[in-house]
Design a protein around this ligand. Structure first.
Ligand SMILES: [Zn+2]
Length: 317
């Protein structure tokens, strides 16, 4: 009896999907013959979606490397691209704060929307970090109340891939098997990455690192490390001199001899701090953008995460 009931449930779910995709014939779907079109917001969403889509269509990205991913303003072309896509992928309302109002304005579009971090509990920021930027931005839109940088955690990255997979399959059921195989292969690589981070930090005695942009809170939590950040999660804004002096003293007291900075952002503050504390500078990428040049040279999410691991190992040991 229970099986029968379950069966009925599955059948009606299938019927609903068929209604959604038109007649449900062998190759009938809203996806064009050239394949699925997926529009993503910024680099990690692009990389994850590309790994799921594979050869089944076209994945594009709205933000170029170097564009400020916190506090971005969409162009009319961006909005048109989202409207016309089969699937639109973004990280979260907390990262791409501009997305909810855009989605409201294009309600009539049948684009399938994936908020990749939807099923991830984002961690709340402490008061002083969350409100620090408010004085410079009255509306406070750029100041996050939770940390949006989940894509930097190889475990949460797998959850984001799963969310993307669900959206892509919903749009193009005909290629479900292919998408599932692609996603499984990529999730396997993310699991390997997680294992590499785990084993690298397992017995480290020094577990504290100093970084310019507070993007590594999820990595710190996942691997039991302590992130000390110069700026807050939403920008690379310069901290006041008192905070900088405090950090400098902290580094000297704790014999921390490296300051991490993002190669895509200004490193001025990190340089000042490193100089004052007699420390050296190292790149740690928040992966918010990879230049086309670097992508052509083979850089991607996995390779940059491995570079980040090598960089972190210089301090966490
Ligand atoms: Zn960031």
């Amino acid at each position: 009896m229970i099986n029968r009931l379950k069966m009925t449930g599955i059948l009606s779910a299938a019927a609903l999907v068929l209604v959604g995709c038109g007649t449900g014939g062998s190759s009938e779907s809203s996806v064009s013959e050239e394949g699925i079109t997926v529009v993503t917001t910024f680099y990690p969403m692009y990389d994850f979606a590309k790994n799921v889509v594979g050869d089944n269509g076209e994945v594009s990205v709205l933000l170029d490397a170097g564009q400020e991913s916190h506090g971005y303003e969409p162009t009319p072309q961006d909005i048109a691209a989202i409207t016309e896509a089969d699937v639109f992928v973004y990280n979260s309302d907390e990262m791409e704060t501009w997305v909810p109002s855009v989605l409201e304005s294009i309600e009539s579009s049948d684009v399938i929307v994936v908020e990749a971090a939807e099923n991830i509990a984002l961690f709340e920021l402490e008061e002083d970090t969350a409100t620090e930027e408010e004085h410079s931005d009255e509306e406070g839109e750029d100041a996050h109340s939770v940390d949006p940088h989940v894509w930097l955690d190889p475990v949460y990255a797998q959850a984001e891939v799963e969310a993307i997979l669900a959206g892509v399959v919903e749009a193009d059921e005909a290629n479900q098997e292919s998408y599932e195989a692609n996603a499984a292969a990529f999730k396997g690589k993310l699991a390997d990455l997680d294992a590499a981070y785990q084993s690298a930090f397992e017995v480290a005695e020094n577990r504290t690192f100093v970084v310019q942009h507070a993007a590594f809170g999820y990595i710190a939590r996942r691997y039991d490390l302590t992130e000390v950040a110069v700026s807050d999660v939403s920008s690379d804004a310069e901290p006041n001199p008192a905070k900088l002096a405090e950090l400098q003293q902290f580094m000297i007291d704790n014999q921390i001899t490296t300051v991490y900075y993002s190669d895509s952002a200004s490193s001025k503050t990190a340089e000042t701090l490193a100089e004052g504390a007699g420390a050296s500078l190292e790149v740690l990428s928040p992966l918010e953008g990879i230049t086309e040049e670097d992508q052509e040279a083979g850089k991607d999410y996995l390779s940059v995460m491995e570079e980040n691991l090598s960089a972190l190992k210089k301090v966490i040991q």
